[in-house]
Design a binder for this molecule. Structure first.
Ligand code: MG
Length: 508
């Protein structure tokens, strides 16, 4: 049975609080005055091929396409994991999941009622920016632990409105995490298949009452936190609209203070829901409707920034946490010309749309340099005037953003769970292990001679040229050796509960 797919770096906060002259003297070259605002719009499971500006023939995404036309549209932008929780942890810390422990070998993501969650030893982008005087808000899906101590307001965010985890968790009347693990550990394949088939039926004809997922609000206060359950189950039809409105209110209330808005949409992760205004409006069914409502949201954010007179001082990024969930059929998206999707280390799993906007600052155009959500921590904190990149796996992308220079990122590791499956060096990508996801081919294969693809000649990874390029393989293997030697790994946080269950089963 396949498990359901599912150096502590010193905080710079202390140094950053004072805003003293010594610190200003040390401000990095990339720092911009007045300090820019940051808006990170993060779709869930949106594929490389789902936007008009990335080649989709029917989904109408005029606001995103306009941002792409006036700003930068990146062709080679990556997340650090092909599934939700590790991808989010990497964006917020700038560190690989194997370095933070925000991954699992057996359990792919955080499930409800996990006693752990985002660890205190890690520092988020929100924490670092907050220490620099930024107002920080998250409006959307967290998915880095639902225990109180793991909430985003405990990790650098002033405010949160959103879901603690995926919108298909807490499925009513279905096995919970412990039940599923017990079924799995007992080898009851029929029981697991039955649970999975009910899920599939629900996704295909979604009703709000199937998922008892909560909508939370939380704020940091002078003496602690104000936490509230807004509704349960969340009215998922309203989430895109309400996240957008809350983000706009937050920006409007920021006055002269710089802000960091993180808007991790719940959509288009299945089950798909959209508001009445977007129901049966697109040419592309429920999935198309959901994409068009996300595009509406982006338009509203841009409009609000314009009205506030802050558009020209705000770096906006729209991207996605991982590739499309292909087994959801018409309820899922598409990776365009890229191979495979969510859950895999083929390009379709981890290469995502990335549209940057910053009128008057960005060098506009299509960018085919390498970039990653891992780079946001370094890039944004440097733009905010703080050098905090010790122990971080990212690079400063500001030379590409501001001057259209070469990216300092030349390499990209592709991890699945805690294992390095593939590695990109320049335009070459070697696969050491290939494996489909969600019971889709190909079967897991460890390659004695890695598969090798030239991603410019062959973006769909169709033609293995390893036999013709032994020197390239040797270079990649040397790069991997250097990467691995520089990595201090932590054990997987997401597996803790399963390990405890297995221990208690053995003990019993
Ligand atoms: Mg996702």
């Amino acid at each position: 049975m396949r498990t359901w797919t599912v150096l502590v770096w010193l905080a710079v906060a202390a140094a950053g609080c004072g805003g003293n002259t010594a610190e200003e003297a040390a401000a990095p070259a990339a720092a911009v005055e007045p300090r820019p605002n940051f808006v990170v719009l993060f779709a869930d499971d949106l594929g490389y091929g789902d936007l008009g500006s990335y080649g989709h023939p029917y989904n109408r995404t005029p606001h995103l396409d306009a941002l792409a036309a006036a700003g930068q549209r990146w062709t080679d932008f990556y997340v650090a994991s092909p599934v939700c929780s590790p991808s989010r942890g990497a964006l917020l810390t700038g560190r690989l999941p194997v370095r933070t422990g925000l991954y699992g070998e057996r359990i792919g993501v955080y499930f409800p009622n996990d006693p752990g969650g985002f660890p205190d030893r890690e520092t988020t982008l929100a924490e670092t920016l907050s220490a620099q005087g930024y107002r920080t808000g998250i409006f959307g899906k967290w998915h880095l632990g639902d225990a109180n101590a793991a909430w985003p307001t405990r990790h650098g965010f002033d405010e949160w409105l959103g879901l603690p985890y995926s919108n298909d968790m807490d499925d009513v009347g279905q096995p919970d995490f412990d039940d599923l693990m017990a079924i799995s550990l007992s080898g009851d394949n029929d029981g697991m298949a039955a649970a999975m088939s009910v899920r599939a039926e629900r996704y295909a004809a979604p009703k709000l009452e199937y998922w008892n997922v909560p909508l939370y609000a939380s704020k940091r206060t002078d003496d602690g936190f104000a936490d509230e359950t807004i509704e349960r189950p969340a009215d998922q039809r309203t989430l895109t609209r309400r996240y957008t409105e809350a983000a706009i209110e937050f920006m409007q209330a920021s006055g002269d203070a710089p802000f960091f808005v993180y808007l991790p949409y719940t959509m288009p992760h299945t089950p798909l829901f959209r508001s009445d205004a977007f129901t049966e409006r697109s040419l592309g069914g429920r999935y198309g409707d959901v994409i068009e409502e996300l595009d509406w949201s982006v338009g509203e954010i841009v409009k609000a920034l314009t009205e506030l007179g802050k558009l020209d001082n705000t770096l906006v990024l729209f991207t996605s946490d991982n590739g499309p969930w292909l087994t959801m059929r018409t309820e899922g998206g598409r990776a365009g010309l890229l191979r495979h999707g969510k859950g895999t280390t083929f390009e379709g799993g981890v290469r995502v749309p990335a549209i940057f906007s910053w009128p008057g600052r960005l060098a506009p155009g299509v960018v085919s340099e390498l970039g990653s959500t891992l780079d946001l921590y370094v890039t944004l904190t440097l733009l905010a005037g703080v050098d905090s990149n010790a122990g971080v796996d990212g690079y400063d992308l500001s030379p590409v953003l501001l001057q259209n220079l070469e990216s300092p990122r030349r390499e990209m590791p592709y991890y699945r769970n805690g294992t390095l499956y593939a590695y990109r060096l320049g335009q070459w990508k070697a696969h050491f292990i290939t494996e489909g996801a969600y019971r889709q081919p190909p079967e897991r294969t460890e390659h004695d001679v890695p598969e090798l693809y030239h991603l410019l000649d062959d973006p769909s990874e169709r033609f293995n040229v390893a036999a013709q390029q032994p020197d390239v393989l040797a270079e990649i293997e040397a790069a991997v050796a250097a990467h691995t030697a520089g990595l201090t790994r932590l054990p997987p946080e997401f597996d803790r509960r399963l390990v405890a269950l297995m221990d208690s089963a053995e003990g019993g």
